[in-house]
Design a protein around this ligand. Structure first.
Ligand code: NAP
Ligand code: F7E
Length: 319
């Protein structure tokens, strides 16, 4: 039986990845940080199947203790301050957790379990002001937020630990992936939740920022499978993962409101300048042909399926 340690198990991806690895027969440990409230909501249904170890990416001794305890064959580093908007208001914390935190983990693994295979959650936000379209593994980075530059730091740290110490570390450069478990501050969930509230008469409007930005959106449940595949190759390699299709926020609104029979959503959407960022990533679109070819990765859910799933789930949740 293989053993995996997931940092960020309480997040969107961590919860889907834990389910996936349990299905594959893994012993799963999850690193959880201390909270004054309950941060185990997304994994509450798994608590009798996974083992929780307490620690924080900012505290290297807690990472060393966790790795010594779990002796993982595979480590999935999903923990991060992952919200781009908050990274502008908390740039130092974001750099500390999302950037230096990853380095703490690589160093802890180097010192205690150098042969563990490591997955690093890199991001399409590293491409930022894109230098070419679509983006591949070879596209240069030009991050546009503290979150983006913290991820670039972690990405290059992963590459250097691979090259300097021969460690098996892969970075998945994942484009936006969403689900009914997405945090409510992200635009897709904000829309699916807002549309559900409007449908149920609980709200009259959704307040948003820039509606012209375009993203390559997929389903998180599909994307965690590729994290596992990346750690099963003979040689470690970085991969771009996305659907290869881009949609604007307006197109997401079209599809979400269509689910409740509304074709003209303009009366329900207000622009609030508070949600416009100091710098924007205008358009992202992935060329994931390398992953499709080498990892045989085929996502099950397309853009329409995703929007339908999220709106339906939020209507059920609020009903
Ligand atoms: P998420 O829902 O925001 O989850 C983040 C996780 O990190 C949570 O479990 C959180 O714990 C944990 N965490 C935060 N600070 C921590 C710290 N100091 N020490 C230990 N744990 C900490 O993010 P996600 O959407 O699942 O994304 C997973 C990873 O993929 C992240 O690294 C993200 O940056 C990256 N990524 C995401 C996407 C996407 O579209 N979703 C795309 C590319 C890359 P709490 O529950 O206690 O807050
Ligand atoms: O914004 C625009 C916003 O916050 C998407 C994270 O998982 O994916 C995610 O980062 C777009 C941006 O995601 C609102 O300006 C308009 O252009 O849902 P988001 P993100 O910034 O793309 C990447 C790949 C990650 O790695 C990150 O961890 O939507 N937008 N109005 C808005 N965004 C939000 N949040 N709220 C609005 O009201």
């Amino acid at each position: 039986m293989k053993t995996a340690l997931i940092t960020g198990i309480t997040g969107q991806d961590g919860s889907y990845l834990a389910e996936h690895l349990l299905t594959l027969g893994y012993k799963v440990y999850g690193l959880v940080r201390r909270s004054s409230g309950n941060n185990l909501g997304r994994v509450s249904h798994l608590l009798d199947k996974v083992e929780i170890v307490y620690g924080d990416l900012q505290d290297m001794s807690s990472l060393i203790t966790a790795i010594e305890k779990c002796k993982p064959d595979e480590i999935y580093n999903l923990a991060a301050q992952s919200f781009v908007g908050s990274s502008f208001t908390m740039p130092v914390l974001t750099s500390s957790v999302t950037g230096l935190g990853a380095l703490n983990l690589f160093e802890a693994a180097r010192l205690t379990k150098k042969d563990a295979r490591i997955y690093q959650a890199s991001s399409s936000e590293m491409f930022g002001k894109v230098r070419e379209t679509p983006q591949t593994e070879m596209t240069p980075f030009h991050p546009r937020s503290p979150y983006g530059f913290a991820k670039v730091f972690a990405h290059f740290a992963a590459m250097n630990y691979r090259e300097s110490y021969g460690m098996y570390i892969c970075s998945g450069i994942l484009f936006n992936h969403e689900s009914p478990r997405r945090g409510e501050e992200f635009v897709t969930r904000k829309i699916s939740m807002g549309v559900a509230k409007i449908k149920l008469g609980l709200s009259k409007e959704i307040q948003l920022g820039n509606l012209d930005a375009k993203r390559d959106w997929g389903f998180a449940g599909d994307y965690v499978k590729v994290m596992h595949l990346m750690l099963q190759q003979n040689e470690p390699e970085d991969f771009v993962i996305g659907m290869g299709q881009t949609h604007s926020i307006k197109e997401f609104l079209d599809a979400a409101f269509a689910e409740i029979g509304i074709t003209d959503w303009a009366p329900y959407v207000k622009i609030n300048p508070d949600f416009i960022r100091p710098a924007e990533v205008d358009i992202l679109i992935a060329d994931a042909s390398n992953a499709r070819k080498k990892l045989n990765w085929v996502p099950e859910f397309n853009f329409g399926d995703l929007v339908r799933m999220m709106v339906k789930s939020d209507i059920e949740l609020l009903s």
